[in-house]
Design a protein around this ligand. Structure first.
Ligand code: URA
Length: 190
């Protein structure tokens, strides 16, 4: 089912000029997957492959995310995948504070519309923003400390920080840590 609110949001993001990233990106990467997903993954920002195709996690880090989803028998089309920033920062530099402030209202609307049971924050930027948003600021630590833990929120979704799948591209042995952490997601598919 296509939610009309997400379609409207997409049209707004395509026209977005709230920060300067629209000038250097090819396509905005809005999000992909089930509009009623129980699990929402939030990465950092599009990379080169995503910028060319408009699809999230379709490059090297995306292959790792696919492997991880396979490992727990969850189909990519049954989750929703998006990012903190919808446009690629030039040269894959880190997101800037002003860009995060300008762009995250879109993510907040995606979460509001989809209403996932669990939000998987991939990497430090995503974890920092999402935990702050849900009043978990005092629990934020580096991802090496809090990966795989689940944090309950009052009425909202459970927040689960994970290492960003790109770590596996640079250090293949990290797949074991991520596979172990991903097992927690099985309970949210029921
Ligand atoms: N890394 C991210 O954080 N997001 C993508 O969409 C691709 C790579």
């Amino acid at each position: 089912m296509i939610k009309q609110e997400l379609k409207k949001l997409k049209d707004e993001i395509i026209e977005c000029r709230k920060c300067s990233l629209y000038k250097t990106r090819t396509l905005p990467v809005i999000g992909q997957g089930d509009h009623q997903a129980k699990i929402l993954f939030c990465g950092e920002a599009p990379g080169a492959s995503e910028d060319k195709t408009g699809h999230p996690f379709c490059g090297a880090a995306g292959k790792i995310l696919d492997e991880l989803l396979d490992s727990i028998k969850i189909k990519r089309e049954d989750v929703y995948i998006c990012n903190i920033l919808k446009c690629r920062p030039p040269g894959n530099r880190n997101p800037q504070t002003a860009e995060i402030e300008a762009c995250t209202p879109y993510l907040e609307r995606q979460i509001e519309i989809i209403k996932p049971k669990a939000i998987c924050a991939l990497g430090n930027y995503s974890t920092g923003f999402i935990m702050e948003k849900y009043g978990l600021g005092d629990k934020i630590q580096g991802i090496s400390k809090i990966h795989g833990q689940s944090f309950k929120t009052k009425k909202g979704p459970v927040i689960i920080p994970f290492y960003h799948p790109a770590v596996v591209v640079y250090n293949r042995t990290m797949i074991k840590v991520l596979e172990q952490d991903f097992k927690i997601l099985k309970e949210f598919t029921k």
